[in-house]
Each structure stands twice: as structure tokens, then as C-alpha cells.
Design a protein around this ligand. Structure first.
Ligand code: URP
Ligand code: ZN
Ligand code: ZN
Length: 486
């Protein structure tokens, strides 16, 4: 009888649907069997009293990404994915970020090369499209989708990134034609630009005014608009990082009307508020991100959205910048809110923070935690071997002591941001070991994976987020003499 490579014996196994006691047998990097009384492995690991969850899938993180301002974020693929593994996330979907005038294919090749060198977690890419020229959509996009890049992100705001309505419709139509998910940063650009100018003109430039500069109504407006476009063209859309009650309501209304929208929020919108930005001087810059942190009522609404099953996943939106001249203070020691890089680190602590907030504090069930942080993002973005503990899946497994309480220290951390927005918090649930494709990559507080050992995960074969088949009447060929306008 051939032996399994390794058997994790007697743990409490949690999936997105159930929690049970079982042994997990690993063979050639995959889960070979799951049950009780499994035959011995060459290595036997006693995990009685431990909780086993699937490796986290972080579907939204910015790694080694060049901002439109020319600023490189603080992490390399090596440092960000080392942090991801340390925090139980074994799969990441960062971005291949086009800037205007660039070839998308060259951008993707560049990010591929960086990830091949450094990544320790498995990875796919969302392509950021800022310049949807007709030839790019017609000539570059189809081949990239066929090569497994089946999702892209567009921005409805940011000076050098935003895609206006007409080209946005072109992107949605091209995505529909090629079977690509569209993820959207939904905030109203005009409202942000107008508010920002007025605040700066009046000298209101402290970090806390970053929050004021992103009107809450602007998120709801953009979500309504993208929902209208998604329904018009029958193209599924993922609304990234929903932050406000009004935004969530707009999202929920569109979903109730049958629009194929998916929704994400992030750890920071569930755990932090705009109060963090009120610290003296430039300190609040650490908490500047977009959309900004909001109010208690928004936090409550987002939790309700999770409880009701409205939101599909919780990502980190890890976007690290150091509190020095390489990052948040690149424009000087006392920058105005409009001169401070947007984003904060979160890839390492997403799972521990959410385990504590959801499970240890009893707000959601363990199965919900697994679904929101691993299973749902894997399904949504077509990563069939990820996000679940079942025979045939990659053996990406997180071993927890679910009762251990600890305080989050400021450092040292595995990422390069140099700080965490969550320092000083006490949380319950500690990650002890992490397996990535059957290999023990985190143990005894150390990350053992080799840079470059992460694998690219091409997403071919279509997305689960297929169109519904209901186009707007104006696009019905029957109304247009049989002609398709798509
Ligand atoms: O502030 C953030 N989140 N920066 C990253 C860019 C984005 O919009 O996700
Ligand atoms: Zn965004
Ligand atoms: Zn982001």
C-alpha cells in the first residue's frame, strides 16, 4: 500500500459549509483524502485540538505596484507574499497596473517577471486598465484573457487612472465578449475633485480632510452608475472595497433588481473608522486609504451586509507605503492630505483580524469566515484548486490555535510598510502553521518558503460570473434589424 506523504491527524476541519473532526492526507501537494482513521503517512502530524482552515485567498492586494504618481509601493513580491503566508494567505490576486500609454501585454509580462522572482504564495493578476484604446481592447485583451488573466480593474476616479463613462462601456463590452470579470473602484470623480479643490483652497489639508474629500454620496452614485452599465450590457461586475452604508444600499438595490453584481469590503472598513485620522500632525497619514475609513454607522452597515450574505468577500486591499520619504512623506515632512499616498498594509493580518472579529467575537459563524476569506474569492475568480479543504484541492492549510489570545505588536512585521494600522489590538486565534501545496511554509514563527516558489494560477475556461443573457432592449438585435451592437 502506498503511503501518503503526510497526514494531519485529528484536527477540527472548517470549510465554507461545515465543521467536523477529520484527518487530512496529503499527497503530491494535494489533499488526497479526508476522513477518520486514514492510513498512516510517511509523516504524521498530530493536530488534535487545532483548527484547520483553507489557506486564505486575498483577491485584492497591491504588490510591487507603481502608482500613477510614480511612487513604488513598499512591498516586493517577496516581502508581500512572505507576509501573506505568515498570516495564512496562500493565494493572492495583486494587480498588473497599466498606466496611460503603456502596452497592457508588456505590463503583464513585467509583473509576471517580478512575481516569478519573488512570490512565495500562489498568484494570479487582475489587469488594471487606465487607457482602454480600441486597439488595446481588440488586440491585447483577448490574448491576455486566453492566457489566464480573466479579470480586470477600472477606476471611476483618480486623476490619471479614471476611465470615463463611454470608454468604461467599451471595457465592459470587451470583457463580455472575452469572458472577463470587471472589478471597479466606484467613486464619483467630479465630487472628489470638487471637494478636494475647495478644501485645499481653504487650507483644510490635515490628514483627516482626506475623508471629507471623498463624499459618501459619491460612492453610492458610482455604484448606481456601474450597476446601470452592468445591466445595460449584461456584464458581471465586482464592486471593490464598499465602504459606506449608502454604497451598500445602492449595491443591494441593484442586486435585488437582478443586476449581476458582486461585492467586496475590506478588513479596514469593518474594523476602523475615520477617528484614526484625527491624530495630531501627520500621524493620521497612516490611515489614509481610498475609499477612506468611514463612521461607526458604516461599520455597522457593512457587518449587517455580511450577516445578510450581501457581500461576497473580504479582501485586504493591501497597499503599503512607509511613513517616510519613500512613501507617505514623499512630498515633504508635512504633506497635505492630497499629497499623501493612499493605502495601508493589511495582507498579513487579514485572517487573524477577521477570525477574531467574526468568529471569536461571535458575529459570524466559522463557515462564514472561511467562505468570505477563501472559498468565495477562489470561486469568483476561477481558482478551482483553491479555497477549500476537500480531496483533489491544493493542500493549502492553516493550522490555528483558536483560543490563543495575543496583542498585535507594531513590529517587526513581514511586510515592508514599517507599521500596522492595528497595533495594540488584542485578538483571539493564532496561526501556528501554514501549508502551501502540502509544503510546511510557516512554523515556529518563521516563514520557510523560497522566493519564487509561488505558482502562477492561470484562470482559463471561463468565469463563474457569466452574463445573465438579459441585454438592455436597445441592444436587442431584433430591434436593430438583426444587427448586433456589441
Ligand atoms: O487606498 C488604496 N486602497 N489604495 C489602493 C488603490 C485602490 O483604489 O484600491
Ligand atoms: Zn480601488
Ligand atoms: Zn486596491
Amino acid at each position: 500500500m502506498s503511503q501518503f506523504d503526510r497526514v494531519l491527524r485529528g484536527g477540527t476541519v472548517a470549510t465554507a459549509t461545515s465543521v467536523f473532526t477529520a484527518d487530512i492526507a496529503i499527497q503530491d501537494g494535494r489533499i488526497a483524502a479526508l476522513g477518520t482513521g486514514l492510513p498512516p503517512g510517511r509523516e504524521e502530524v498530530d493536530v488534535r485540538g487545532r483548527l484547520l482552515t483553507p489557506g486564505g485567498v486575498d483577491p485584492h492586494c497591491h504588490i510591487e505596484q507603481l502608482a500613477a504618481t510614480g511612487l513604488m509601493n513598499a512591498d516586493t513580491f517577496e516581502s508581500a507574499t512572505r507576509a501573506a503566508l505568515a498570516g495564512g494567505t496562500t493565494t493572492v490576486i495583486p494587480f498588473a497596473a497599466q498606466h496611460r500609454g503603456m502596452s497592457l501585454a508588456e505590463v503583464v509580462a513585467d509583473y509576471h517577471a517580478r512575481a516569478r522572482r519573488g512570490a512565495m504564495a500562489d498568484y494570479a493578476f487582475h489587469m488594471i486598465i487606465t487607457d482602454p484604446r480600441p486597439e488595446l481592447l481588440a488586440e491585447e485583451l483577448p490574448g491576455l484573457v486566453r492566457a489566464g488573466h480573466a479579470s480586470l480593474k477600472v477606476f471611476m476616479t483618480y486623476e490619471r487612472l479614471r476611465v470615463e463613462d463611454e470608454p468604461l462601456l467599451e471595457v465592459l463590452a470587451a470583457a463580455r465578449a472575452h469572458g472577463c470579470m470587471v472589478c471597479v473602484h466606484a467613486e464619483n470623480h467630479g465630487m472628489i475633485a470638487w471637494m478636494k479643490r475647495r478644501l485645499v483652497e481653504r487650507g483644510h489639508t490635515a490628514p483627516r480632510f482626506h475623508v471629507t474629500s471623498h463624499p459618501r454620496a459619491g460612492e453610492a452614485e458610482a455604484i448606481r452608475r456601474i450597476a446601470t452599465f452592468a445591466a445595460f450590457l449584461d456584464q458581471p461586475v465586482m464592486v471593490f472595497h464598499i465602504s459606506t452604508r449608502e454604497g451598500l444600499e445602492a449595491f443591494a438595490r441593484a442586486r435585488a433588481e437582478g443586476v449581476k453584481l458582486f461585492g467586496e469590503t475590506c478588513t479596514q472598513y469593518l474594523l476602523l473608522t475615520a477617528r484614526e485620522l484625527e491624530r495630531p500632525g501627520v500621524e493620521g497619514a497612516r490611515w489614509i486609504c481610498s475609499p477612506p475609513l468611514r463612521e461607526d454607522e458604516d461599520v455597522a452597515a457593512l457587518w449587517r451586509g455580511l450577516e445578510l450574505g450581501l457581500l461576497d468577500c473580504v479582501s485586504s486591499d493591501h497597499a503599503p507605503y512607509r511613513m517616510d520619504e519613500s512613501g507617505k512623506l514623499a512630498r515633504g515632512p508635512n504633506p497635505g492630505f492630497h499629497e499623501i499616498a493612499n493605502g495601508m498594509p493589511g495582507i498579513e493580518l487579514r485572517l487573524p483580524l477577521l477570525f477574531d472579529a467574526m468568529v471569536a467575537r461571535g458575529r459570524l459563524e466559522l463557515v462564514d469566515f472561511v467562505r468570505l476569506t477563501a472559498t468565495a474569492p477562489a470561486r469568483l475568480y476561477n481558482l478551482p484548486a483553491k479555497g477549500d479543504l476537500a480531496p483533489g484541492m491544493d493542500a493549502d492549510i492553516v493550522v490555528w490555535d483558536p483560543e490563543a489570545e495575543w496583542e498585535i505588536p507594531e513590529g517587526p512585521r513581514w511586510d515592508n510598510a514599517g507599521y500596522t494600522p492595528y497595533a495594540g489590538r488584542r485578538v483571539r486565534g493564532r496561526i501556528l502553521q501554514v501549508y502551501r501545496r502540502g509544503e510546511l511554509v510557516v512554523a515556529d514563527g518563521k516563514v520557510r518558503a523560497q522566493p519564487g516558489s509561488g505558482r502562477f494560477l492561470p484562470r482559463t475556461g471561463g468565469l463563474p460570473a457569466r452574463p445573465t443573457g438579459r441585454l438592455a432592449p436597445e441592444l436587442d438585435p431584433a430591434r436593430n434589424g438583426g444587427a448586433s451592437l456589441l
